[in-house]
Design a protein around this ligand. Structure first.
Ligand code: CUA
Length: 186
């Protein structure tokens, strides 16, 4: 009787040990995942990450000069592409429609810049090597100042662009006429 008890006790102990190893293993795996993802994210800007080669921004791809500014896509989506550099934005004046979603895509070539558009919620940082993207909607027509709001060097306070918000009909008429979407003087 006592020997049987001893055997089942030994079996139970062995089973407990096995499960203890399994649990310890799971904890080690979870900790490793936390450490790896923590380090990975610590090295990235805190938004969706899209990278770009700083050395070829001006030469090829999405941010060549001829592709900058506002574009109305075949799907009807409005996209603004811009580049920030010491100490200006390209383009210097951006045309957008009111009351339509507008997606900004921007990057920087030399230092960390940023911008905010007047008293709207359009606000982002532009970091060399990364593409910043956000979509917003301008509720009022008019002209806003768009200053750089990250200290980027001695010319920082002189770095700004303008944003012209047109009535949607006027914007769409210009865009569909194939006109370049430049700012209009008013
Ligand atoms: Cu660019 Cu401050």
């Amino acid at each position: 009787m006592s020997s049987e008890d001893g055997t089942s006790e030994a079996i139970a102990l062995a089973a407990e040990k096995r499960w203890a190893y399994v649990v310890a293993g799971i904890i080690v795996i979870l900790l490793a995942m936390m450490i790896v993802t923590g380090l990975h994210w610590a090295a990235m800007p805190p938004s969706r990450v899209e990278t770009i080669d700083v050395n070829t921004v001006h030469l090829k791809g999405e941010f060549v000069e001829s592709n900058l500014g506002t574009a109305l896509g075949p799907d009807g989506k409005v996209t603004v592409r811009l580049v920030a550099q010491q100490y200006s934005f390209v383009p210097q004046c951006i045309v957008v429609p009111a009351d339509m979603p507008v997606t900004f895509r921007g990057t920087a070539t030399d230092a960390i810049h940023g911008f905010i558009v007047g008293r709207t919620n359009a606000n982002t940082m532009l970091i060399p090597g990364f593409i910043a993207t956000f979509t917003t909607r301008f509720s009022r027509t008019g002209e806003w100042l768009m200053p750089c709001h990250e200290y980027c060097g001695t010319g920082h306070e002189a770095m700004w662009a303008r944003v012209q918000v047109l009535p949607p009909q006027e914007f769409l008429a210009k865009a569909q006429a194939g006109e370049r979407l430049d700012c209009v003087s008013r």
